[in-house]
Design a protein around this ligand. Structure first.
Ligand code: 3PY
Length: 315
């Protein structure tokens, strides 16, 4: 299989001796996987370890280079490869590594052991493929809304032209006045999970909704369904979401909100190909932010004058 997403190649003019004495080193986590092809001097290993950014495995010998057969096995699916000048990085090796490989770093100033043509070939988008970056269609789908308020209705109005077959929603009680505007059917929480092809969370974060989206919800969803959260990160149990996405329990997630915000770039959710994360920007248009600031200012002035506010949170 061809490598499609090679992003960086680094050459390193290091000349340090020394090393670790243990056999294969393995740090298990959900972080990007790196293979280190040689017992490199401890400073480099310390940097990798301390970074908290990667899990790595090491061929722990300074005397003999990793046998080619072993190397071809070990590089399968890695995100990064740290090699030395004794490893030939050619088409066979890059194919064995596969499409996850993003960075190749060599502990050498010379780069004659790297097949530059093969590396270049794998640096761009690659060729168009029939199922490349395919997703699921809104047409004929069932869209579920968890918490139907003005935002849920506005989302449904925007999705309807894509020929959604059916809108369903759940809330503490049916909300017929809002639901009628989008022809949405009230269902139970379980039915919402079971039927939704796209499930959009639009509820407020309250003690009742905290982590309401957890393994109980995800385990009832279809394997082809997409989970969307634009409300608050706290309504989701992120460990359960990670589990559901990484095991294929659900097909994908789009998150505008997370805990914390912004989500640290080494968070396990960022390692998933089926999770798109934004830094809370769903309302980030000049018009919307102007409207939000005007509303807040007008509410304040009305309140100070003792008049009814345009939007008042009933306590
Ligand atoms: O207004 C809010 O509460 C927001 O989350 C803005 O995106």
């Amino acid at each position: 299989m061809a490598l499609r997403r090679l992003q960086k190649i680094a050459v390193t003019p290091l000349n340090i001796t020394g090393g670790l004495t243990s056999n294969i080193q393995r740090e298990m986590s959900t972080l990007p996987r790196v293979y280190v092809t040689r017992q490199i001097p401890p400073e480099g290993l310390k940097i990798l370890r301390k970074s908290g950014q990667v899990q790595f495995e090491l061929w722990d010998s300074d005397d003999i280079p990793v046998p080619r057969k072993e190397l071809l096995q070990k590089v399968k699916g890695v995100d990064g490869l740290l090699c030395t000048l004794t490893e030939k990085i050619d088409a066979e090796l890059l194919d064995a590594a596969g499409p996850n490989l993003k960075v190749l770093s060599t502990m050498s100033v010379g780069f004659d052991h790297l097949s530059l043509d093969e590396l270049k070939k794998r640096g761009g988008w690659g060729t168009w493929r029939t199922l490349w970056l395919c997703g699921y269609e809104l047409a004929n789908s069932t869209v579920g809304i968890l918490g139907l308020g003005r935002i849920g209705v506005a989302i449904a109005e925007r999705l309807a032209p894509f020929k959604v077959r059916k809108f369903i929603y759940t809330d503490v009680a049916p909300r017929p006045e809002l639901a009628s505007a989008i022809n949405a059917e009230y269902v139970s929480f379980d039915e919402l999970a079971k039927q939704s092809d796209f499930l959009a969370v639009c509820c407020a974060l309250t003690p009742e909704t905290k982590e309401i989206c957890n393994k109980n919800l995800f385990s009832k969803m279809k394997k082809t369904s997409i989970f969307i959260n634009t409300s608050r990160g706290g309504v989701v149990n992120q460990e359960d979401l990670y589990e559901a996405l990484s095991t294929g329990q659900i097909a994908g997630a789009g998150l505008d909100v997370t805990v914390p915000e912004p989500l640290p770039t080494n968070h396990p959710l960022f390692t998933l190909k089926n999770c798109v994360i934004l830094p809370h920007i769903a309302s980030a248009s000049y018009t919307t932010r102007d409207a939000m600031s005007s509303l807040a200012a007008n509410n304040l002035l009305l309140g100070l004058r003792g008049q009814p506010m345009i939007k008042e949170l009933k306590l």
